[in-house]
Design a protein around this ligand. Sequence first.
Ligand SMILES: N[C@@H]1[C@@H](O)[C@H](O)[C@@H](COP(=O)(O)O)O[C@@H]1O
Length: 261
Amino acid sequence: MEVVILEDEEQVGRVGADAVAQHVLADPSSVLGLATGSSPLPVYQELAARVRRAELSLAGCRAFLLDEYVGLPPGHPESYREVIMRDFVDHVDLIPAQVQGPDGLAEDVREACSAYEQAIADAGGVDVQLLGVGSDGHVAFNEPGSSLGSRTRIKTLTGQTRRDNARFFGGDVAAVPQHCITQGIGTILDARHLVLVAMGVAKAEAVHSLVEGAVSALWPASALQLHAHVTVILDGAAASRLQLKDYYREAYAVKPAWQGF
Ligand SMILES: N[C@@H]1[C@@H](O)[C@H](O)[C@@H](COP(=O)(O)O)O[C@@H]1O
């Protein structure tokens, strides 16, 4: 696991974009794993700027989303498909039809979950997966207590997550769906490179648990310690509770330029 501690959001965006671009420049048909939420936004903005400057093209890429609410009507502005379109896809040259997410309106949810796993496998697996982390250590919608080997499935959102996300639903907790479909921890760990972004002091405890804590279903992101290729990109506030933060800073400062991510 490489821990990169940076000064500000702009640097986070640049380094996150470098990590993604490294794959796309090596293989223009890379499979991207996209995350919703505020954490990856600086990365998306920097990738969009590079596409605008013709330094990068995502036109040959496919993309898979981590998760989706169950039961929101098609085109609902808070469905994660709509969110990722607005936040990212509309600003780059990814082909919208090449961006797939779990089907939150499927009649047969079990079948939709295994079809989604199959679609990722048929695409050859995810090359680079962007991730955020919840303040309680959840990744995608794998809430605390999720099995570390879980696959795509329906989950019940915690009251805390529904209250947190009510801000996107006009402050109305009752409007936040009770269920979601999310890639499991096992599904996420199958991606070849995981790039997790966290900023702000509200994430500091989750970041400490994910990087340095015991691997535990109580902190689902701690399962990333079991993956061979993880880049954790932080600002100083998110890194503030890391025990070895001086070492991580030093290692990044002396990192050979050829090494990449
Ligand atoms: N399902 C999403 C996660 O994928 C995201 O990582 C998390 C943190 O969001 P943010 O990055 O806005 O803090 O929120 C939601 O629960």
